[in-house]
Design a binder for this molecule. Structure first.
Ligand SMILES: Nc1ncnc2c1ncn2[C@@H]1O[C@H](COP(=O)(O)OP(=O)(O)OP(=O)(O)O)[C@@H](O)[C@H]1O
Length: 273
């Protein structure tokens, strides 16, 4: 497994016909760290992920992964460098098994063996076997070992989310981007997801960047947090620094929030230290 890669976002701006979705946003993610971006609805979090993965081209600024310049690279090439993501809404094929869904991750990240095996090209079977083994390992890591050959459709939401994470890991990710990994989850599922992310991070040593509304989840998991508001970075630092930052309290956390409460998606958080 390749070690986690450093991500550098430098003064990135994205404009959509009059809307400044991101305005000179900079972000440094240390290799092998767990970092997070939080911010209210419309703050620019998804736009940032779309820039990093090459789906949006910024009007200004640069993005680098280690030594590689991602700024003008196409999404499939960025994926091949080991940038992998999950989505806010589950993007699984319900009729396929857990293993088949995870195998798609190998294909999406440019491992051609799965496709070439279908075409009966030379050398492809060994490559496909290796990809299957890798996918089964990732399934095991996220606790899906016993479910490999079950169709995804009927599985509970939290389990399906695990399938999505295993799929994102299947192509040997060096940077894993998690888009609202606990949206719509119960408190128990949220705790289980935090534990899963710690396990994945501890076992694979990759870099993880997540965007999330649930502030309590983020502050308990990430080593470093960036806060966006209206497309601008208003704060960055450790969870303790974020909890104490007056601009964050005013703009995002609410003026006088009760201790320990988590934000519901789409509402200002009530989390405090
Ligand atoms: N393709 C697009 N075309 C036009 N405007 C867009 C587009 N994508 C995003 N925007 C606008 O850019 C701003 C930032 O949106 P973005 O989705 O990045 O915010 P977000 O922080 O991810 O919000 P949420 O938490 O609701 O997902 C918003 O004003 C949004 O309406």
């Amino acid at each position: 497994m390749s070690a986690g890669a450093a991500l550098a976002v430098e003064a990135v701006s994205v404009h959509f016909s009059g809307v400044r979705a991101l305005n000179e946003v900079s972000l440094d993610v240390a290799p092998g760290s767990v970092s997070a971006v939080i911010g209210p609805n419309g703050a620019g979090k998804s736009t940032l992920f779309n820039v990093i993965t090459g789906f949006y081209r910024p009007s200004a600024g640069r993005v680098r992964l280690g030594e590689a310049e991602l700024t003008r690279m196409r999404p499939h090439r960025i994926a091949r460098l080991g940038v992998s993501r999950t989505f806010q809404n589950l993007e699984l094929s319900d009729g396929e098994t857990v293993l088949e869904n995870i195998m798609l991750g190998c294909y999406l990240q440019g491992r051609s063996g799965v496709l070439r095996a279908g075409l009966r090209l030379p050398g492809a079977r060994a490559e496909e076997r290796a990809a299957r083994e890798r996918c089964a390992e990732m399934a095991e890591l996220v606790g899906l070992g016993p479910l490999l050959h079950r169709p995804c459709g009927p599985l509970p939401y939290g389990t399906r989310k695990r399938v999505e994470i295993a799929r994102a890991l299947a192509g040997e990710a060096r940077l894993l981007l998690l888009d609202e990994p606990v949206a719509g989850m119960t408190a128990g599922e949220i705790d289980a997801m935090a534990e899963l992310i710690r396990t994945v991070h501890g076992s694979l040593g990759l870099t993880i960047l997540l965007i999330e509304h649930d502030v309590r989840f983020v502050l308990g998991l990430a080593g470093s947090v960036t806060v966006l508001d209206f497309g601008e970075v208003i704060a960055r630092g450790s969870p303790d620094q974020i909890r104490a930052d007056p601009a964050v309290i005013a703009a995002y956390l609410g003026e006088d929030p009760p201790a320990g409460a988590a934000a519901a998606p789409g509402t200002p958080s009530t989390e405090t230290a």
